[in-house]
Design a binder for this molecule. Structure first.
Ligand SMILES: [Zn+2]
Length: 526
C-alpha cells in the first residue's frame, strides 16, 4: 500500500508528467532500412525490417505516411497469432496475439514521394543533394517506424544511390557495394539505440576531411567533416576546427561519448543544426555564406550526450535536450574563453528569456501540443539557466557529478525531468525537488527590488519580489550581495526577505546583486 501510494505520488509529480498525444505500446528494437534514392525525380522505394518486442495485446501500430504505398507487408518466420495488416491514416495496424516478451519481425516494402522528412534539393554548386530532416516526427514520412522519442532503436542503413554520390548516415560505414546501372549501396550501422528523429541519411557529392581522434583518454572517437567541396577549406579551418577539443571537454565533464564515430555534415535542413546521432547535420547555406558559428557546433556535439545519448521520454521534457545542449555550448565558451565568455553566453540567454512571450508559460508546458512551438526560449535559453543556477546552488563538483550520474544511468535510454532531479538529489545528498518545481513548473523569473538601510553599526537588506502574481515567488538560498567589497548572503524566499549585517558604520556606496551571475533575475536597487 505504501509502495502504491509512493508510486502514485511519483506519477502525479509534474516533473514526471507525460502528455504526448500518442505513446506506442510495443518496443522497436532494431530497424534495417534498405532505401533506393533515384537518379532523377523523388520517388523512393524502401524495404524496412524491424524487430519488435511485444508488450501487450494491442495491434502493432507503425507510423508510415499515406504518401508511401505499401506493396508488401510480411512477418518472416511467423504466421500463428498474426492477423491481417491494414492501413489507418498515417499508420499501419497489424493485429497480433503473441505473448508479452515475444519478438516479431516485420518486413515492409513501399514506394512513393515523401511529402516531407526526406528533402530533394540542389546545392549552391547546382548539384543534386538528398537529406533527411526528421525533427520532430517526420521520419514516418519516409520509413515505417515507431516515430516517438520514447522508443529508441539501433539501425542499419543500406542506401542505393547513383555513382558519384556519397552517402552519410548514422554510425559506422561498413562497406560500399557496386551494383548494377553504375549504382552503389552504402551500408551504415549504429549499434546503440537512438531516437527516430535522429535516424538520417544524406546523399551528395562531399569532400570528406578526417579530423583525427578525440577523447582517447577514455575511448577514441574518430571525427570527420563532410561538406560540399567548395565549402571544405573554410569549414575545417573555421567552425569545425575545435571539434576534438569539444568532444574531449564533454567526455571529461559527462562521460564517454555514446557512439563509435562522429561526422559533421553540411546538409539541407530547415534548422541551423540537427543533432543526428553520430552524424550531425548543419545548415548548408550558413556554411556557404561563411557565417556559420562555432557555438552551433558545440551545441550539436553537446546533444550527442543529452538529447541523443539520454533522450527526453516525452516531447514536453524537451529542455532535457535543448536546455542541456544550450548550456553545453556555454560550457564550451567557458572552456575556450574563460569566465567572461560564460557570463556573456548566460547574459545573452537571459535577454532572450526577458523579451520572450513564452516566459509567461512554464518550461514544462503540458498544455501545448504544437511540437514546433516547443522550439522556444523556455526550452533553450531558460533551460540552460536551470542548469546554470543549479550549478551555482550545489557547486561545481556536485553539479558535474550529478550530470555524470544522470548520463551514466540513462545513457542510450530515455528520461523525464523527475529522473534528472532524482540523480541530482542523490548526488547532492539533499532534496532539491523545490528547486526543480520552481524552475520547471513556474513561469517567469524573479524581479527583485533591493533596499539597503544603514543605521548605527548595521546594514539591513530588504529584498522584495515584484514579479507578476501569476509567476509566484521564488526561493534563492544564499543570494549574494557584494556591498563595498564585502560578500553578504541572504536567503531569499517569499514576497519580502530581510537580513541585517553588522560592521556597517556608514551607508554603503556600491551594491552588486548576484555578482557571480548564478541566478536568472532582474533587479532594481532603490
Ligand atoms: Zn539543439
Amino acid at each position: 500500500m505504501l509502495a502504491l501510494l509512493l508510486a502514485l505520488q511519483a506519477v502525479q509529480s509534474p516533473l514526471a508528467q507525460r502528455s504526448d498525444s500518442a505513446v506506442p505500446v510495443h518496443d522497436a528494437l532494431h530497424y534495417d532500412i534498405a532505401l533506393t534514392i533515384p537518379d532523377t525525380g523523388n520517388v523512393i522505394s524502401g524495404r524496412v525490417e524491424t524487430v519488435w518486442l511485444i508488450a501487450g495485446p494491442e495491434p502493432l501500430a507503425i507510423d508510415l505516411d499515406s504518401a508511401m504505398v505499401v506493396s508488401s507487408f510480411q512477418t518472416p518466420g511467423r504466421r500463428a497469432g498474426i492477423g491481417t495488416w491494414r492501413r489507418e491514416g498515417g499508420r499501419l495496424l497489424l493485429p497480433q496475439r503473441l505473448q508479452v516478451g515475444d519478438t516479431l519481425v516485420t518486413r515492409i516494402q513501399y514506394t512513393g514521394v515523401p511529402a516531407a522528412g526526406l528533402v530533394f534539393a540542389t546545392n549552391g554548386s547546382g548539384q543534386r543533394v538528398v537529406f533527411a530532416d526528421n525533427w520532430p516526427d517526420q521520419a514516418r514520412r519516409w520509413f515505417p517506424s515507431h516515430d516517438y522519442p520514447g522508443d529508441k532503436a539501433s539501425v542499419a542503413f543500406h542506401v542505393e544511390v547513383a555513382a558519384g554520390m556519397q552517402v552519410r548516415a548514422n554510425g559506422v560505414l561498413e562497406r560500399v557495394d557496386t551494383v548494377a546501372a553504375g549504382h552503389a549501396v552504402w551500408h551504415y550501422r549504429i549499434r546503440e539505440p537512438i531516437p527516430t528523429y535522429t535516424m538520417v541519411v544524406g546523399a551528395a557529392h562531399f569532400a570528406v576531411t578526417p579530423m583525427g581522434n578525440a577523447a582517447c583518454q577514455l575511448k577514441c572517437v574518430p571525427q570527420s567533416v563532410w561538406t560540399f567541396p567548395i565549402d571544405s577549406a573554410w569549414s575545417v579551418d573555421g567552425p569545425f576546427r575545435a571539434v576534438n577539443a569539444m568532444v574531449d571537454l564533454f567526455t571529461e565533464q559527462f562521460g564517454t561519448y555514446p557512439y563509435e564515430e562522429l561526422a559533421h555534415v553540411q546538409a539541407v535542413t530547415q534548422y541551423g543544426g540537427v543533432e543526428n546521432s553520430g552524424a550531425i547535420w548543419y545548415d548548408n547555406k550558413a556554411i556557404a555564406r561563411h557565417t556559420f558559428p562555432e557555438r552551433t557546433v558545440a551545441h550539436e556535439i553537446g546533444h550527442q550526450w543529452f538529447g541523443d545519448g539520454v533522450t527526453e521520454g516525452d516531447w514536453h521534457h524537451l529542455w532535457l535536450s535543448e536546455g542541456f545542449a544550450t548550456y553545453l555550448a556555454a560550457l564550451w565558451a567557458e572552456h575556450a574563453g574563460g569566465d567572461s565568455a560564460l557570463a556573456a553566453a548566460m547574459s545573452g540567454a537571459a535577454q532572450s528569456v526577458f523579451k520572450s512571450k513564452i516566459t509567461e508559460r512554464p518550461i514544462l508546458d503540458f498544455e501545448t501540443m504544437d511540437l514546433m512551438g516547443l522550439l522556444n526560449s523556455n526550452n533553450y535559453p531558460k533551460g540552460s539557466w536551470v542548469l546554470h543556477s543549479l550549478r551555482g546552488l550545489v557547486g561545481d563538483s556536485t553539479f558535474f557529478a550529478g550530470m555524470q550520474l544522470y548520463y551514466a544511468r540513462f545513457r542510450n535510454g530515455n528520461a523525464l525531468s523527475s529522473d534528472f532531479a532524482a540523480a541530482m538529489n542523490e548526488t547532492a545528498g539533499q532534496d532539491l525537488t523545490w528547486y526543480f518545481l520552481q524552475a520547471l513548473t513556474q513561469p517567469g523569473y524573479p524581479d527583485l527590488v533591493v533596499r539597503a538601510a544603514q543605521a548605527g553599526d548595521s546594514l539591513t537588506l530588504t529584498i522584495r519580489q515584484v514579479q507578476p502574481e501569476a509567476w509566484g515567488t521564488y526561493r534563492m538560498p544564499g543570494l549574494e550581495f557584494l556591498v563595498d567589497g564585502r560578500l553578504l548572503r541572504v536567503d531569499v524566499e517569499g514576497r519580502e526577505s530581510t537580513a541585517s549585517f553588522s560592521g556597517f558604520a556608514v551607508a554603503p556606496e556600491k551594491i552588486r546583486v548576484d555578482p557571480g551571475g548564478w541566478w536568472l533575475h532582474t533587479t532594481r536597487i532603490e
